[in-house]
Ligand binder design. Sequence first.
Ligand SMILES: *Cc1c(COP(=O)(O)O)cnc(C)c1O
Length: 381
Amino acid sequence: MKFETKVIHAGVEPDPLTGAVMTPIYQTSTYKQDSPGVHKGYEYARTQNPTREALEKNLAALEKGYGAVSFSSGLAAMDAILKTLESGDEIISTNDLYGGSYRQIKAIFEKLGIKSKFIDMTDPENLRHAISDSTKLIWVETPTNPMLQIVDIEAICKIAAEKGIKVCVDNTFASPYLQTPIDLGADMILHSATKYLGGHSDVVHGAVICKSESDYEKIKFVQNASGAVPGPMDCFLILRGIKTLHLRVERACQNAEKIAKYLRDHPKVEKVYYPGFESHPGHEIAKKQMKKFGGMISFDLGNNNEEAAMKVLAATRYFLLAESLGGVESLIGHPASMTHGSIPPEERAKIGLTDSLIRVSVGIENGDDLIADLDSSLKNI
Ligand SMILES: *Cc1c(COP(=O)(O)O)cnc(C)c1O
């Protein structure tokens, strides 16, 4: 099955009771048993729910894994992965990381004895030097957020495999339409399905997709034992969003390419971070591991000028000032004060995350309208 067919058909069977073409929302907490322990495979909805199962089968097919396990948010999904570690284990992560992921590692798991290192993985050799005897998990985000650095997934997985260490890739920014890390050697995939998979900014949801049955069983155990499960309505919405994933991401990529070029030529913009540019240090790797360059762009107005950034943010009409990304509508944000506020200023400065940096998530509106919107907003500085 090709990708465009999988998004519609994988895991989705017409309802056996009625023939309903769309997966019903099984809004129930429990299931009647014929006699104690004799049932149709469904006992209690934290453990099993047919709407959730359809979504999980679909996600496993898209990411080419053995199985998928879904959660009430992306961070709940990450929490389940980190709970498979033990006190004393170490996680090595990319240093340009989603703010909430950084906070979870530092503020929740460090206390429980999980050690962590944050390194620049754009040079995979840095990983080789960082690995210690206690390293049990490599955490990769690519393209990174918000600096849009590219990490060579295959190279990282090779180094990790030599040492028998698992790799999890946060594939939220690329989506499985652009990038399938399991093909490149990854063991687990994390998704904040809140973003491109859901695609309509109307639901919070997360998932882990595992290459092996043994990892799948471990994550599945945490899903039931810790209990951060998504509701059936949320699963339905994600499943519905996924049906147009290829069309939406394709269009967002087209718009982003146009907008990135426009910003690069603008005299008030000092620097544009976009992996589609040949001048981007990760361009060749992005070309190798991604189908297109994604819908995310960051740009810097220069001089750490927060005031200028604030003026631009306040004046756009279609680019809505909001956190999040990957929806049909375009969004604009200020990482230093919004998504990355929980990362200390010294850490932010190290990666170039200045106070004059603006991030946009390009939607699927008309590209010329979006450029006109940015153009009139940039006239304010
Ligand atoms: C949003 C996001 C998360 C967290 O997901 P939630 O659904 O908000 O909990 C994790 N990683 C990345 C890259 C994200 O963009």
